[in-house]
Ligand binder design. Sequence first.
Ligand code: 1HN
Length: 348
Amino acid sequence: MHAEDLPPDALRQRADYYQRIGSRHMTPLWEVLGALVPPHPRSPAAPHLWRYAELREQVLEAGRLISAEEAERRVLILENPALRGQSCITQSLYAGLQLILPGEVAPAHRHTQSALRLVLDGEGAYSAVDGERTTMRRGDFIITPSWTWHDHGNLGDQPVVWLDGLDIPIVRFLDAGFAERSEQRSQAPLRPEGDALARYGANMLPLDYQPRPMDPTRVFVYPFERTKAALVGISSGTPDAHHGFKLRYVNPATGASPMPTTGAFAQRLPAGFETKPVRCTDGTVHVCLEGEGEVRVGDRTWRFQESDVFVVPSWHALQLRADRDAVLFSFSDRPVQQALGLWREERQ
Ligand code: 1HN
């Protein structure tokens, strides 16, 4: 029986009752049960694609309006069109486009939110994490684990732009955010560039290093050169019908995701290849690093090219086609969902 079919008297009684319990901060479950426990995810987020040509123009304009120093971080937040005002691209993830101009410094700070960077444009900038710098090159995937000191600087002569991904909405949801600024504007290097990659990222580990299962990786840069070589190296086999040639980034010491809240992936789609539709419970941000093609999310379709960013909300079917050999980077909250036994994928 639907509520509309009730006699007016019964409806009035209920409304009156809801009013009375409402004033005591109670509300009836039966009015909201279906929305609380839906048969499948109904994400309030919308699919969207941001064209890099536009993003670049807008972020360069920010470069004429405010310095990196004044802004602390000069970033344009990519807000999901259906979640405006919430500083998020999916319910659980934040994404933004950061610009650092020649000579600028983004001062050292740390916070409990974990961050990743995907370098998109320009040369000559570095990112420093806990006392080690890494030179940022296009396609490099750089991480800033929770509570690590980090600053960025541009020693070159070109604007440098990258995509930031953070777990801000997750930490906000858990009310577990802490942050502090360093007394040092830039961290003094404690180790030479490349030290962490040599120690932890060369299929060997220091003798006394015993990581715990959830520890973030000490490897804080995954150079694009290596990622590309791996994707090309697996491309003589048959591509997966739903994912093409796809690998996940890991902490090489544990096999777990590089950071506990955020998983990251790289995939290669050969020219002409079209994936079959697949949907998964982790809303995912994608970036095209090479090539071009078409992305279909539910009933929306976009063409994508280099450095375009698109978001696929939870449980929306995704289909990709490459018109030129394509390399895509993506990130999501998958490790959180997997740790909680919630992650699902449906291949169609
Ligand atoms: C942050 O620390 C960075 O370090 C970028 O580059 C974006 C967004 C919110 C909070 C902290 C960075 C950020 C951020």
